[in-house]
Design a protein around this ligand. Structure first.
Ligand SMILES: [Zn+2]
Length: 179
């Protein structure tokens, strides 16, 4: 992928996140359960924006990259587990997000990835995919137990969240020698 393509990917992912966040705010599809289905699209866009430039910069093989992207989406399955139901209504009606949405669990899962792939890069990509997901949730509505087991809560300003990951992504894209 050329650097130009990488920058276009970053810009597209950035705009998708802004669009979905606005849609969620406006409840674009009229029913909260339906509009919530757009949320994984923004999570995937964020994961692509964070993971791909770093993976290219570090020349990470395909599988750890795919696993990191998968984790960025699969983390939300904890809603269904905690709700004990496959209903989207039940999953989004929890009093707070489950503990898989914490830095402690994210780092544990990332370490496991590092051990399985015997690669620090794989661990870093998984950690960043999960932490950026938690960061997005922590900047939106609802309560996120990011500092579990502590019950300290921090509402990340939305612009800080987006600005930080955009800067992170652009820095890696611009320092990517392969591009
Ligand atoms: Zn989530």
């Amino acid at each position: 992928m050329t650097r130009l393509k990488l920058l276009i990917l970053i810009a597209t992912c950035f705009l998708v996140q802004i669009g979905v966040d606005q849609a969620l705010k406006d409840n674009l599809l009229g029913k909260l359960e339906w509009t919530a289905l757009l949320d994984p699209v923004a999570h995937l866009a964020l994961a692509l924006m964070v993971v791909i430039p770093l993976a290219m910069r570090c020349k990470t093989p395909r599988w750890p990259v795919l696993v990191a992207l998968f984790l960025a989406l699969a983390i939300d399955l904890d809603h269904f587990i905690a709700a004990g139901s496959f209903s989207i209504h039940d999953a989004i009606s929890l009093p707070h997000r489950p503990i898989a949405h914490s830095f402690a669990v994210a780092l544990g899962v990332a370490s496991l990835c590092g051990i399985i792939f015997r690669s620090a890069n794989a661990a870093a990509l998984a950690a960043l995919a999960l932490i950026s997901h938690i960061s997005r949730d922590g900047s939106g509505g609802g309560s996120t137990p990011m500092f579990w087991p502590s019950d300290f809560e921090w509402k990340i300003p939305w612009s800080w969240h987006l600005g930080f990951w955009l800067l992170f992504s652009l820095t890696n894209a611009l320092r990517c020698r392969a591009a």
